[in-house]
Design a protein around this ligand. Structure first.
Ligand SMILES: CCCCCCCC/C=C\CCCCCCCC(=O)SCCNC(=O)CCNC(=O)[C@H](O)C(C)(C)COP(=O)(O)OP(=O)(O)OC[C@H]1O[C@@H](n2cnc3c(N)ncnc32)[C@H](O)[C@@H]1OP(=O)(O)O
Length: 201
């Protein structure tokens, strides 16, 4: 994992790739904006969200103890509209004995294509996610999740993705997704927010 991280960090040196911040980096810097964000985009639902619970909110993929759940880092290439996620799931993501749970794989795919759609299109939500599980992924192995923005049609963003072994010899999973941009008139400049929270390359 460290070796792959260093290889991608090297690619960041000429500015073609960007090491994306973790959700915690964004949340720590902008948690005071979360209520404003919810109120702007989900005015009806905002009344149903318990403010106390909101302050305890944690992104699902970062809610496990270190090393047991989702360990990952994402890199973004703006020119190619690609995000590569280097993912090493921990032992608490087991489904069939010895392999990752399909829901855990789906979660990481959603997080990766979702981040691609967010930096490309602003505030979006997943409307559809289609996944073909082609080979089981051995528990605790390191994989690459390669996502690509294919098309933007009005409010719709189509993002595809595959999950491969690090040597690219095994294709584990393929997915396509549809994201819908919410209330475009209330632009939240999420791309700047995400990129400005980026840790130094
Ligand atoms: C201060 C801080 C700020 C924030 C910080 C953020 C930091 C970010 C960093 C890190 C994030 C990590 C990233 C995670 C990513 C994960 C994302 C998720 O998992 S999202 C959860 C699951 N998704 C839902 O819960 C959606 C539920 N669905 C809805 O809310 C609506 O259905 C929605 C918004 C998707 C669309 O509803 P409408 O009312 O806006 O739009 P309509 O008119 O229905 O659809 C627009 C067009 O799209 C088509 N469409 C909609 N859904 C479709 C579908 N399922 N299949 C095909 N077409 C569909 C429609 O037919 C329509 O097309 P025509 O304009 O007529 O051509």
């Amino acid at each position: 994992m460290r070796l792959l991280f260093d290889q991608f960090m090297k690619k960041c040196e000429d500015g073609s790739w960007i090491h994306l911040p973790s959700y915690e980096d964004i949340a720590t810097q902008r948690s005071q904006d979360f209520s404003t964000f919810i109120h702007a985009y989900f005015p009806t639902a905002s009344e149903q969200i318990n403010k106390e619970k909101l302050s305890q909110g944690r992104i699902f993929t970062r809610s496990f103890e270190d090393g047991l759940g989702f360990e990952y880092v994402m890199f973004y290439n703006d020119a190619e509209k690609r995000i590569v996620c280097v993912f090493q799931g921990g032992p608490h993501l087991q489904g069939m004995p010895g392999f990752f749970h399909g829901g855990a794989i789906a979660t990481m795919i959603d997080a990766t294509v979702g981040m691609n759609a967010i930096v490309s299109g602003g505030i979006v939500m997943t409307a559809n996610l289609n996944i073909n599980f082609k080979r089981p992924i051995p528990l605790c192995s390191i994989v690459l999740i390669n996502s690509q923005l294919d098309k933007i049609e009005g409010r719709k963003l189509l993002v595809s993705c595959n999950v491969q072994s690090v040597d690219e010899k095994i294709l584990y999973t393929e997915a396509t997704s549809l994201f819908i941009k919410l209330n475009p008139e209330k632009e939240f400049h999420i791309k700047e927010l995400v990129l400005n929270s980026a840790p130094p390359a």
